[in-house]
Design a protein around this ligand. Sequence first.
Ligand code: FES
Length: 113
Amino acid sequence: MKHFIKICAIADLEEFKGHKFQLDSITEIAVFKIKDKIYAVDNVCPHNHTPKMYNGFIKKDFVVCPIHLYEFSLKDGKPKNFLGGNLELFETKIEDGFLFVKPSGKTKFNFDF
Ligand code: FES
């Protein structure tokens, strides 16, 4: 069973801006702070496996990949305008002003263009 990993101070997260972090040896995450909520998603877009989600932007309850502008739900990772796979979402918690994220333990391959 995977344990939560300390990521950063909540105060260091700029609202509505994506932040990239290395979660573990195989996973990069994109973290978004939206009002009082924090979302941690896979930094790799399911569309073209491009690790740029941190550079995306928020549109209501969706994060929009900056490469081809496909949208993924921040509630369940489902794509809105694309028939491919879901964007992986990670469990988060806040303790003493710090963000913790739980790795999924899944194996993946990233293609950086
Ligand atoms: S790589 Fe993200 S929408 Fe195409």
